[in-house]
Design a protein around this ligand. Structure first.
Ligand SMILES: *Cc1c(COP(=O)(O)O)cnc(C)c1O
Length: 361
């Protein structure tokens, strides 16, 4: 049976990448050692990390004056590091778009000497739409504005990036980095946990403008972006295997035609599902059409028991991880870069059959 993995993360990886990794597991490049056994200071591994960085730079057209950091602790650690590094005795502005933005806000509120202000919230729509940011909210004195480009749980995404003028813009891109075509120049900093669209869990990618780095030391070198940058992501042992895997995924993505080409495919995949939801009398999308995500698509029947039955039957038919996040229920299909169009087409067909059977009851 073909398995289609709709997991929101850790998520599906390209088959070709997994096969390449398998081959390097016992004997990397004829070294007689596994990729996992290489010293992070060895020239073999330095090639791996440098190539991964270069590929990411090519894919995202990262300008020279930005640094790429390979870190750990997930996007969640970034939630605390950002205010700690950049907002001491300053105001930090946040856009509240859903579950992940909320976590970023809560983490910032716990960092001493930071004044957190939520400048827009999707609460009025129960986070089914991206809120507009009022012009007067752009306090040019603020340390930064933080947004979540794509809410993985709620399935809403910014369709355009707000113009924050001189205020540095920071984006949590965990679930749509390299899926959407962003201009790195629009941001002072971008970060993403790798396990959604880049590779296995354990790696966090940070892209940061050099002049945004802070030279005031932080009490912990591990939590200090300037220290991480100065040490080229090797202040301590980096997640070597995850970086290797990320490099393979970047290579794969380049072979697919890069970000513009994958974006087109992602739009095609998402349209197949959204069109089916529009046409259905049973399933629907709870998300405002003007705010819909390409990568994470929640859907519901409006009846918990039917949702449950659907997930059960879908799982038995090979559609894995369709259950919605425990906080919202229903279903969710995550359609990251490595997810094939055939999988969405098969799902839509399955939904159609399920709906017909329900109609006959
Ligand atoms: C998954 C996710 C996170 C949390 O990532 P971890 O790597 O588990 O810390 C944060 N933000 C967004 C948008 C996510 O999708």
């Amino acid at each position: 049976m073909t398995i289609y993995n709709f997991s929101a993360g850790p998520a599906i990886l390209p088959q070709e990448v997994l096969q390449k990794a398998q081959a390097s597991l016992l004997n990397y490049e004829d070294s007689g050692m596994s990729i996992m056994e290489l010293s992070h200071r060895s020239s073999l591994f330095l090639d791996v990390i440098n190539q991964a960085e270069q590929l990411l730079r090519d894919l995202m057209k990262i300008p020279e004056n930005y640094r790429v950091l390979f870190m750990q602790g997930g996007a969640s650690l970034q939630f605390s590091m950002i205010p700690l590094n950049f907002a001491q005795h300053k105001k930090a502005l946040y856009v509240h778009t859903g579950a992940w933005a909320k976590k970023a806000i809560q983490a910032a509120q716990m960092v001493p000497n930071v004044e957190v202000e939520v400048i827009a919230t999707g609460e009025a729509t129960n986070f089914t739409a991206i809120p507009t940011i009022p012009e007067e909210a752009f306090d040019q004195e603020a340390a930064y504005i933080h947004i979540t480009t794509n809410e993985t749980i709620g399935g809403v995404a910014f369709q355009t990036i707000p113009d924050t003028k001189t205020i540095p813009l920071i984006a949590d891109m965990s679930s749509n980095i390299l899926s959407n075509d962003y201009q790195v120049e629009d941001f002072a900093m971008i970060y993403a946990g790798a396990q959604k669209n880049i590779g296995p869990a354990g790696l966090t990618v940070v892209i940061i403008r050099e002049d945004f780095l802070n030279d005031t030391p932080i009490f912990s070198p591990m939590l200090d972006y300037a220290v991480q940058a100065k040490n080229e992501s090797m202040y301590n042992t980096p997640p070597t295997f995850a970086i290797y895997m990320a490099g393979l995924v970047f290579e794969w993505l380049k072979e697919q035609g890069g970000v513009p080409a994958i974006l087109k495919k992602n739009q095609e995949k998402a349209n197949v599902l959204y069109d089916a939801l529009e046409a259905s009398n049973l399933f629907s999308s709870p998300v405002d059409p003007a705010s819909r995500s390409l990568t994470n698509i929640p859907f519901v029947t409006g009846d918990d028991a039917i949702d449950k039955l659907f997930v059960k039957e879908a799982t038995a038919a090979g559609f894995e991880n369709l259950k919605g996040h425990r906080s919202v229920g229903g279903m969710r299909a995550s359609l990251y870069n490595a997810f094939p169009l055939e999988g969405v087409q098969a799902l839509v067909e399955f939904m159609h059959t399920f709906e017909q059977k329900q109609g006959e009851k």
